[in-house]
Structures are given as structure tokens and as C-alpha cells.
Write a protein that binds this ligand. Sequence first.
Ligand SMILES: Cc1cc2nc3c(=O)[nH]c(=O)nc-3n(C[C@H](O)[C@H](O)[C@H](O)COP(=O)(O)OP(=O)(O)OC[C@H]3O[C@@H](n4cnc5c(N)ncnc54)[C@H](O)[C@@H]3O)c2cc1C
Length: 338
Amino acid sequence: MTNTDVVIVGAGPTGLFCAHQLGIIGLKCEIVDNLDKIGGQCIELYPDKPIYDIPAIPECTGEELTKNLIDQIKPFNFNFHLNERVQEIKNENNNWILKTSKGKEFSSPNIVIAGGVGSFEPRKFPSKSCEKFEGKSVLYSIKDKSIFKNKSVVIFGGGDSALDWAIELSKDSKVTLIHRRDEFRGAQASVEKVKELQKNNKLEVITKYSIKDVKGDKSLESVEIKDESGKSKNLKTDYVLGFFGLIMQLGPILEWGLNIDKKTIPVNTESFETNKKGIFAIGDICSYPGKLKLILSGFHEGALAARGCFKYARPDEKYKFEFTTSSKSVKDRLGVKE
Ligand SMILES: Cc1cc2nc3c(=O)[nH]c(=O)nc-3n(C[C@H](O)[C@H](O)[C@H](O)COP(=O)(O)OP(=O)(O)OC[C@H]3O[C@@H](n4cnc5c(N)ncnc54)[C@H](O)[C@@H]3O)c2cc1C
């Protein structure tokens, strides 16, 4: 069990800046995100797109913004727990106990929910038998491409991820790309590259087919695919990969006893606290009159929520407002030498 002052649920831009605000007022935090990377929507949905409305930054991409937010909190050495969804929370003696999908536990007087539009989850294969091999030989994301070397891989999907991975893995693996339509949705250059590889027998493409089932006893042996008429065939394979995009769902947050209004959490605008003492909500997930779903609003909300956390984390101290330009304690916390 890790004890801390605040657990931040969500490592999107809002959660990251809130961590900064906690750091400069001297609080510790742990940051948990369901994704395998830091940055929320900015990194998952639009890493290369330019953003034009971050104060004092005329233009930056989603990836650049994320990198700068991470750099800004580096001095505090906060821990990130990625690939983990905060699953359950319960209150024990005025402390919140949080449990993640991997069984990790935290104890903290404060939770800041910066969960955006919810946790991003991959769209999965409908076949029940896929669950048996999920995470081993049936995968929806790739963490280590070396496992596919000299193996046969069947990839399902028609968008950029499916095409990009088919191209990449065809260098060292026997790849079959399967799509339920004739036309691919991905970037034209990738579609052309796939066609070229297909022509040179570097990968196989099967269209108008979808997955029916996977087969195997202890390990995966083959995948059964079917066409629109239901006619099926079996392909021997070591791995089956599915790239059908992401779905966003509030998921477990809905079960934490918080007031919910149209998939958002109502908060007060003084400290962004919810109906539960010590639970704050900021960024896209919170709602209040006049709420703008913009990154800049999330920054402001995170600053006030951090001050709200202070009173529960340090009940015997009075929060003292200071400017970062002139505060010695802030400079000490940032490791600034004068
Ligand atoms: C294409 C596009 C363009 C945009 N352009 C702009 C723009 O130009 N300017 C602007 O201001 N805004 C823009 N936005 C909106 C902006 O990206 C969002 O307002 C911002 O990302 C919200 O930040 P957030 O930190 O609240 O949530 P998010 O960025 O959604 O991050 C939330 C994180 O919480 C995680 N999470 C959720 N539930 C759990 C759980 N139970 N356990 C663990 N982790 C969890 C998710 O995995 C996610 O990583 C754009 C959005 C899109 C889609």
C-alpha cells in the first residue's frame, strides 16, 4: 500500500498540470492512467496536430504540450502508474483507499479525478474464445515488437494502426492483414505501401473477411475467418492482433457514489470538490455552469483543486499563498539554485 497526499486519476494535460500545482505547494502525489503512455487525448488522439490556444504558446502539437508538461513536473519525481485503471475506491477513517486493475493499492486523503472522457479501451474481438488468449497471443496493442520475430501474425483492421503495424511487422514476420471491407481507411501512403508489399509477396492481404473464432488448447494454433456469406476458413498463426480503434468509457468512475450528470461529475467552482469529501474532479470530466472543455480551463481547475487538497493533506497547517517568482520554498522544491 502506497501512502500519499493525493492520487490523480488520469495523466492527461489536466492531471499533469494539477501534479505541478501540488508539487509547488509541497504535496506528494501518485498519478495513475489506464493508457500505456502519458498525455491523455493529446497524445492518444492528436499527437501531431497543432494546438493554438494554450496561453503564451502560439502553437504546439499535442505531443509537444505533453512533453513540456512532463518536463515541468520532473523536479518533483512523482510516480506514474501506467496501464492501470483505478478500479475501486473506499473510505477508511477519512482516507481513500484506491485499488487498480493490477491490484496496486494507495491510501490518500485526496483523489483528483482528471479522467477526461473516461478510460480509453481497445475495441475487442466479439469471439469469447479470444479472451482465453488475450494479453498472450491475442493482442490489441503492441509493447514489444520483438516477440513477433520469425512468427506468423494475423492482423485485423482497416485503419492506420492496422496498416502501420502490418508494414512494420512484415520486415521480420509472416504477416496476413485482414479487413472486412475492400477499401482501407488509413493514410494513402500506407495503403500504397501495403499494396507494394503484397505485390512483392512480403505480406498477404485478405479482404471482405472478419474473425469468427480462435482455436488452440494451451496455446493459440489458428484463427478462423468468415466472409459475408458465412463461408469460413482456417489460418495457422502464432499471434492475432486487432486494431479497431478505442472506445472511451467512464467505466468504474460511475460506481464510486459520485453525482453524475450526463457522463460528467458536477463540482463546486471554489475547489472543484465533488459531492464526496476529498474527491475532486477537473478537466473534461467535471461540469459546472459555464464549463469550457478546453485544456486551459483544466489548468485553472487543477490549480484550485490542488489548494483544496491541501486542507485535507495538512489539516494542521494553513495554506499560504505565494508567487513562484518570489517564494523560497517553491524554488527549493523545484531545486532552483540562486
Ligand atoms: C482532435 C482533438 C483536438 C482538440 N484540440 C484542442 C485544442 O485545440 N485546444 C484545447 O484546449 N483542447 C482541445 N481538445 C480537447 C482537449 O484535448 C481536452 O480538453 C483535454 O485533453 C482534456 O484533458 P483531461 O486531462 O481532462 O482529459 P484527457 O486528456 O481525456 O485525459 C484523461 C486520462 O484519464 C485516463 N483515465 C480515465 N479514467 C481512468 C481510470 N479509471 N483509471 C486510470 N486512468 C483513467 C484516460 O486514460 C486518459 O488518459 C481537442 C480534443 C480532440 C479530441
